[in-house]
Design a protein around this ligand. Sequence first.
Ligand code: B12
Length: 309
Amino acid sequence: MKHREETDPDVGTGLRIREASELLGVPAATLRSWEHRYGLPVTSRSAGGHRRYTQAALTQLGLMRDEVASGQKASDAARRVRALLDEMSPARPRIDAVLAGSERRDATEIRAALEDSFADLGLAETLDQVVLPVMRQIGTWWASGRCDPGQEQLTTAAVRAWLARITTLAPSPEPDRQVLLATGPHDVHTLGLEALAAVLVNQGTSCRILPASTPVSVLTTEAAAASPSAVVIVSHLSSQRRSAVASLVAVAESGRPTFYGGNAFRSPLTRKRVPGSYLGERMVEAAAMIQGSVRTAFPAVEQTSSSPA
Ligand code: B12
């Protein structure tokens, strides 16, 4: 008898798991486990819900296989693969320019490098290919002692200031489509939210970011008062994931479209029984998911704005 996946009429883009497994010489169960444990790669799914492996996913898995074959523990291999992918990115010179400013502790240089990247690559690519890899690198340097708290804080402040500028300079968004964004109750990592807000605002959706470490009570009060068309919760600290899930539960109970993301939810195991939709790793795709729900909530506004003049 044929496997259900083989008879699935929906052929999405990319290889099926069996084909990827044969091509890479890695058992399908191992491919599933790498995705579950390390989010590597985050596969797209067919309409029938089956994994599809794109060329980019196969490249990541090939690197992972080689790292593991060289004797690395799978968790260390996953870390190295992420670093290698950043190295291979065509945005590498832009990343290096921002990091050079960071090493010189020059906030103006950091912002100028981001501005150059924006002019060259656009907002989406600058966020996903430059800003996030830079922050990951800063995190790695911080953890290894190469970067002290002063350098980390200066870099974070410069990046946030640039994001604020990009957001402020965007054309005025639709006031009746608001997305409410917050961190978990014990998490101060707002930068990812600020990056997402920059994309949403530039797409015409207004955003309100609540102050860091938002208590559940503040979140629910604000959500009830503002009636946002979507709520986003981000958490980076694995130790504080539970409290972020409590925020998600509280918002989801009110029936509002709820989304979440961040390092604390990277592996699929951490997303089990979490209410709401996981936003994934890329800001642009996350914004597209949210815009989808905003459009459903405001179909009339969408029709008016997209009809020919
Ligand atoms: C900047 C930063 C800070 C700043 C935050 C400033 C701010 N306003 O945001 C400051 C200095 C305040 C800070 C404090 C701390 N931090 Co900190 N911080 C970081 C750093 C360098 C970047 C954070 C960030 O913006 N990440 C976003 C991107 C760069 O992360 P990413 O891995 O690429 O994320 C992927 C996905 O999760 C997803 N994603 C991430 N964010 C979002 C957001 C949205 C909306 C979407 C859709 C997707 C998405 O996309 C990415 C692509 O795959 C990270 C390093 C890191 N790798 O994240 C550490 C990091 C998150 N911090 C860490 C720690 C431990 C701390 C402190 C506890 C340190 C301390 N001892 O004081 C405190 C925590 C305080 C608290 N209660 O929250 C650890 C967390 C470890 C863990 N897994 O729990 C990290 C990972 C550093 C490390 N290597 O150990 N931090």
